[in-house]
Design a protein around this ligand. Sequence first.
Ligand SMILES: [Zn+2]
Ligand SMILES: [Zn+2]
Length: 299
Amino acid sequence: MQRAVRGLTLGLLEDLATTFFPGDCRLCAVPLLKLSALPVCEACLAALRPQSETHPGLLCTVCGEALGWESERFLAGRAEPVCTPCRRVPPAFTRAVAFGVYTGEMRTLIGLFKFEGLRVAARPLGRLLASTFVELAPDLDVNRETLVTAVPLFRGKARDRGFNQAEVLAAEALRALHRSHPELRLRPAHGVLARIKQTESQFGLNPRQRRDNLRGAFAVREPALVDGRDVLLVDDIYTTGATARACAAALKRAGAARVFVVTLSRAQTESVALWEMPAHSSYETTHNQVAAGASRRRT
Ligand SMILES: [Zn+2]
Ligand SMILES: [Zn+2]
């Protein structure tokens, strides 16, 4: 009996220890000094920096792709530089902005949030997303409401994961913005867009395959709500922009006035634009060398 009580007490103490003593940072594994609901150290959180600091060069004014490797070509006589894919096939959205680059701590933290159930990461990530909404503020019409909708998941996927990461991040961002920037008049409207086709993972597909994969994938459920309105489309990651382009096209077909895209992070592999270029050009060769260098640095 005494032994049972002692065992029970020890078990309880162990539970208390794991509850009240911080463990290791889930990103860098250093022991945490302070107790926090989010098991991430301050140095890792501080490493989540905006693109303006990590990629201070020129970005495409439409999609946000870094133009550093050919900025002179784009700068020549242009007040607003636009990347080659946006010039060749202009997207249905007006502008896409992202908080940071999808690499390092940002990439790891999004992975933990999305795939390993670290839901508490939504709060700090949502605040970073909110600062990117503010970046778009000058483009928004404050005389009327702007709809905010997350890129939807297919039903089965949402059920498996238990949540739509883009919707959770958008909700956290809106919560912060309703306090700090009520003048923006942002209205959540996640139900307006639906993913009606089960699509393959976009991983490993080139831009053309991504476009084909997403053809007919999105539909507007409530065209009357969207008609004549500006819409902010929210997602966690912008990679080639194929998803954002497909969603924006569906919203525009339903009558949306303008579509803006706001993402927490953005791939800046600086290789995406090249997939669209004719093969064997010197342009491509130069670019592939840049991309190869970038991927070596990342690994
Ligand atoms: Zn850390
Ligand atoms: Zn662009």
